[in-house]
Each structure stands twice: as C-alpha cells, then as structure tokens.
Design a protein around this ligand. Structure first.
Ligand code: CTP
Length: 412
C-alpha cells in the first residue's frame, strides 16, 4: 500500500494505450490510492467511461459542462482535491495543448487550472515512434519540462501500428513504480550511489558451485529507495532472479572476484556505497574446468579454498572513503549476538556505519529488522517490509552525507 491516502486524478487522452489505463487504474487503487478518472472525447473512443467507473468506483468526468457539479466548475474542484494529476496515456496532441496552455475541454482545462506546485502534473506519453521523434513533440516536451511537468518517459518495442521503436506507454506496473517514487522525499539528489546485492557463486566445476541463501531483496530495495530519493544508482548484483528497480543501472556478476572488480570500477565515482551483498568468504582455488566425475572408487574430490578479497573493507581503505568523499556502509549477516558482532565488524571493516541483521531470520523474506551501528550510536529499525527499511536507511545515510566530511570518513 505505497499510495495510501493519495488522491490521484487519472486523465485519459486518445490513444490505443487507453486499454492499459484500465489496469493502471486498478494497480493504483491496489496500492491504496483513490482515483478520479477524467477522460477526453478521444479517449472515450478507445475505452468506455463505464469500464473506468467500474474500476475506479467513481463517476468518470468527461465534460466541463457537467451540471451535476454544484458550482459547475469541475476543472477547479477536481484539481484542488488531487495530490497529483497523472495523464496516461498522454497523446502527442494533448502534449501540444498543454505546452501552449490550451484549455478547450475538461482535462486540459483542469491541468491549466491546477494550483502548481501543490498539484504536480505527471505525463505518460503514448504515440507512434515518428510522432514521438518529431521535433514538434520533442519541443513541446522540453517546454513542458521547463514548466515543471514531470515526463515519465516511454517504452520501446512493438507498436500497435506494426512499427517498432520508442513511444509506447510504459507498462502499468512501471508507471505505478514511478508514481510511488515521485512521492518519496528527494534526499539524495546529486548523489551517486553504489549498491552490492545478492549472494555470490563460487564454481567447483562447470556444473556445481558454492553459494548462500541471500535473496538479494534487501540490496535491491536499497537501490530502489536510493533511486526514489533522487540518486543516480548502480547496482552490482550477484546471481538472483529479481527485477531491476526502475531507473537503476544493474551490473550482473557471479563470483566474489567479479563483484570485487565491478565494484572497484564503480566506487571511484560514488558518493555512497552500501555493501548489502552476502559475498562468499572463500572460493575454490582448484576449481575444475570439466565436470568432476565419480570414479566408483569412493574417493572424494579434494577441494582447496582461497580467501576472497574483502570488497567493502578495501573500498573503505581507499583515499576517497578516508577523506569522506565516499560514505561506506557495510552490512553484517549474523546468526546471533547481533550488537556485539556488528560493532566488532564495523571496526574490522573500517566503515562509519554498519547495518546488522540476523541472516536466517531474513534470507528470502520480504521483511527484516535492522540494527544501525555507528561509532557513537546504535539505532534499531524494527521489523518491517524491506523497502520500508531501505527508505529509512537511505534517510539515515542522507543525514550522514549532510554532515561534515570528517564525520563520514572511514576509520582505518
Ligand atoms: N563483504 C565484502 N567482501 C567480502 C565479504 C564481505 O564486501 N569478501 C561485505 C558484505 O557485503 C557486508 C560485510 O562485508 O557488507 C559483512 O559481510 P559478512 O558476510 O557479514 O561478514 P564477513 O566479513 O564475511 O565476516 P564473517 O563471515 O566472519 O561474519
């Protein structure tokens, strides 16, 4: 329920993507929003007001001359009541109208009459690729951006007209994620955030390996929360089957050494690194190029282990981290004595902030409980969904980033 207590006006303009607006409306309501649908006449040619009324549970507004409004000013009443207006799909024609302040029907009239910036306007464009690429559309988009309108971008791929390219409306789930992100406080604007997540996999031979129970969910939630907070986010992910959070750049790795290389490559431009990955401490030093076979003698394979590089400790020792230009945050997955282990690990890793959690109580789950340990304080974040905890952690890190560089410098 990420949109609880939010009231949205969902505007539909003419385009085949109107069929996706039905699912979008449901998805917004499922997240707790109340949705008032407003449709243009062109939109009504693609989907009926009856469908949208049934899904939203409210009478759809289609005309500025609707006598049911006591003051006969639906454009004022609707806009004043909303936390945001989302136009999805937003046609090229409607963008042109908005860019010029045209107001000849209810939806554009309401957009023009809305109190800015209390009622933000979000657009989900949907059109043929040539219309999207046309200089007029691009010009209108630029004008709309300058006017403070939020453009949610477009998808790429097969279009209803049979052509392929940019201009499709984003999928309903993507739009919902973007709307949720829009409402989050922008605590990390201007920050470059690097997150490691998931387990690593250490090969024994081409078909077998050693890994651990980390699902990657906590690290992915942190990447999402950091992006929601306005940061540019890179996620170095071990082998997990999770969807990449919207707007996050993902680098997939398998082994600890691959994660080490990818992370070091990125760390020099990051201002915050959160090492949530459960990195294997050891790799098989004598991994076989070919599948190890049983030879029937009962003999066991002789595996020899080598220690993996400690990624977060190495980054914490870098000049960038020691000067405070990079805030390094470590995690500790423990099975017991969380506070003592976390405090010891914070010192051992040389990080200003270490986040402790009980591995067996959270691996694979959607919730967790965290213990934030710094040099001077311990803060408990009680059990909650991982995304909720991730947002709290991001807010904590934002506070540390706002402090003097010396306060966030690593300690080794
Ligand atoms: N970590 C790392 N590189 C490693 C091992 C761990 O960057 N080779 C990071 C993890 O991403 C995490 C922190 O170090 O941020 C602690 O990981 P954890 O597995 O809890 O600790 P270990 O250092 O492996 O210590 P131990 O297994 O003895 O508890």
């Amino acid at each position: 329920m990420q949109l609880r207590d939010r009231h949205l006006v969902l505007g539909l303009t003419g385009g085949i993507a109107c069929y996706k607006a039905a699912e979008l409306c449901r998805a917004l309501i499922k997240e707790g929003a109340t949705v008032q649908v407003v449709m243009t006449q062109s939109a009504e040619r693609f989907i009926t007001a009856v469908t949208m009324q049934a899904l939203s549970g409210r009478v759809v507004q289609t005309s500025q001359w609707d006598v049911r409004e006591p003051n006969n000013m639906p454009h004022i009443n609707l806009a004043r009541a909303a936390d945001a207006i989302l136009v999805a799909p937003c046609s090229a024609d409607f963008m042109a109208k908005l860019a010029h302040g045209a107001a000849d029907e209810l939806l554009s009239l309401m957009c023009l009459a809305r109190p800015r910036p209390r009622v933000p306007l979000l657009l989900a464009p949907a059109m043929n690729r040539e219309m999207w690429a046309h200089p007029a559309t691009q010009r209108n988009m630029e004008q709309l951006r300058q006017d403070g309108t939020v453009l949610l971008g477009v998808g790429s791929g097969d279009q209803a007209c049979g052509e392929t390219g940019d201009g499709r409306m984003l999928e309903p789930a993507e739009l919902v994620e973007d709307v949720i992100a829009f409402f989050q406080p922008k605590l990390l604007v201007g920050q470059q955030v690097l997150v490691t997540a998931g387990p690593t996999y250490e090969a024994i031979d081409p078909v077998r390996g050693i890994t651990n129970l980390s699902s990657g969910k906590m690290g992915f939630a942190i990447a999402r929360a950091a992006h929601e907070a306005g940061a540019v986010v890179t996620l170095v992910a071990g082998p997990v089957a999770l969807a990449t959070p919207r707007g996050v750049t993902r680098i997939d790795v398998r082994s600890a050494r691959e994660m080490h290389a990818a992370t070091l490559e990125q760390a020099h431009r990051a201002s915050l690194m959160v090492a949530a990955a459960a990195v294997a401490d050891w790799r098989v030093d004598n991994a076989s190029d070919q599948k190890i076979k049983k030879d029937g003698s009962g003999g066991l394979p002789q595996l020899r282990f080598a220690e993996n590089p400690d990624i977060v400790a190495e980054v914490a020792r870098s000049e960038r981290a020691r000067s405070g230009a990079l805030l390094c945050v470590g995690f500790a997955a423990e099975s017991q004595d969380l506070l003592a282990n976390a405090q010891a690990k914070r010192l051992r890793k040389g990080v200003p902030l270490l986040v402790g959690n009980i591995g067996p109580a959270t691996f694979g789950m959607d919730d967790n409980a965290l213990l934030l340990v710094t040099a001077t304080a311990v803060l408990e974040l009680p059990r909650a969904p991982k995304l909720e905890l991730a947002r709290q952690l991001v807010a904590h890190c934002a506070g540390m980033l706002a402090a003097a560089p010396a306060d966030r410098a690593t300690t080794t």
